[in-house]
Design a protein around this ligand. Structure first.
Ligand SMILES: C[S@@+](CC[C@H](N)C(=O)[O-])C[C@H]1O[C@@H](n2cnc3c(N)ncnc32)[C@H](O)[C@@H]1O
Length: 242
């Protein structure tokens, strides 16, 4: 990994907001999923959540957009599971809902740990998710059309969150809030993609990286690589043996 690339990844990770996320409830159109993930990346969301309508969506979502390489995706089998996981992380859960009781999305304090639930294209958010959420929010509309596209709605809300967090200095960081193990994994997968693929295919643990993002292959890791007869030329050149 070049020093420039390492610096760039480092800067991106420093501005990640682990306590801001979206949860897609049965959003099924790949272009919408991609657009939501792309906006999430742009405002510094580290991980998005989803409950997919069909099993097949899992594969689809994993191959959707370039931004998917930078934003983690956690899938849940039900909204009950998803919302309880988000609440367990201390997040306020906001349900985007086209109802008269929902509050204007700009009235919310997004500097608090926040998860935004987005509903499916056809049916919107389910009654189950609404019952579990802490608050309904709405983007006011005065036109003839009843609703916005779900990815547009997510972008408007995420950018309001970004604006508030920027004003609060929450992006002015030089070190990341993410866990060391998560940072190590991201730096390895993004900084050494060929070798990371080999490690994934061969089911090998990831090596530790030094403070410049270079691989430090300890004896055990090196032995595991040798045992699997890994001879990939890039792999060999990327490893700094202890
Ligand atoms: C196309 S809309 C779903 C419309 C659906 N017929 C309904 O009644 O909810 C898809 C999703 O986009 C989001 N959305 C669209 N317009 C919105 C608005 N004005 N306020 C808040 N969320 C909105 C919500 O997450 C919604 O579930």
């Amino acid at each position: 990994m070049t020093p420039d690339r390492f610096q760039r990844i480092h800067q991106v990770l420093a501005t990640r907001q682990p306590d801001l996320t979206v949860c897609m409830e049965e959003v099924h159109k790949p272009n919408n999923v991609s657009a939501i993930i792309r906006t999430a990346d742009a405002v510094g969301v580290h991980k998005v959540h989803a409950v997919w309508p069909k099993e097949a969506m899992k594969v689809l979502s994993h191959t959707s957009a370039g931004a998917r390489n930078w934003v983690e995706l956690e899938t849940h089998t039900t909204m009950v599971n998803a919302i309880s996981a988000l609440k367990a992380q201390g997040m306020q859960v906001l349900a985007t809902n086209l109802s008269t009781t929902a509050v204007d999305f700009r009235e919310i304090d997004y500097t608090k740990p926040t998860a935004i639930i987005l509903g499916g294209e056809k049916n919107g958010i389910t009654a189950e998710a609404l019952a579990l959420a802490d608050q309904d929010i709405i983007i006011p509309m005065v036109g003839m059309v009843q609703s916005l596209n779900v990815s547009v709605a997510s972008a408007l809300i995420l950018y309001e969150a970004q604006r508030q967090r920027q004003n609060a200095g929450m992006y002015d960081r030089t070190t990341t809030l993410l866990d060391d193990n998560v940072v190590n994994r991201i730096l390895f997968e993004r900084g050494h993609p060929v070798l990371a693929n080999v490690a994934k295919q061969k089911n090998l643990p990831y090596p530790q990286l030094d403070d410049q993002g270079q691989i430090v292959a300890d004896e055990q890791w090196w032995a595991a690589m040798q045992a699997k007869k890994i001879k990939h030329p890039v792999a060999a050149s990327e490893i700094k043996k202890d």
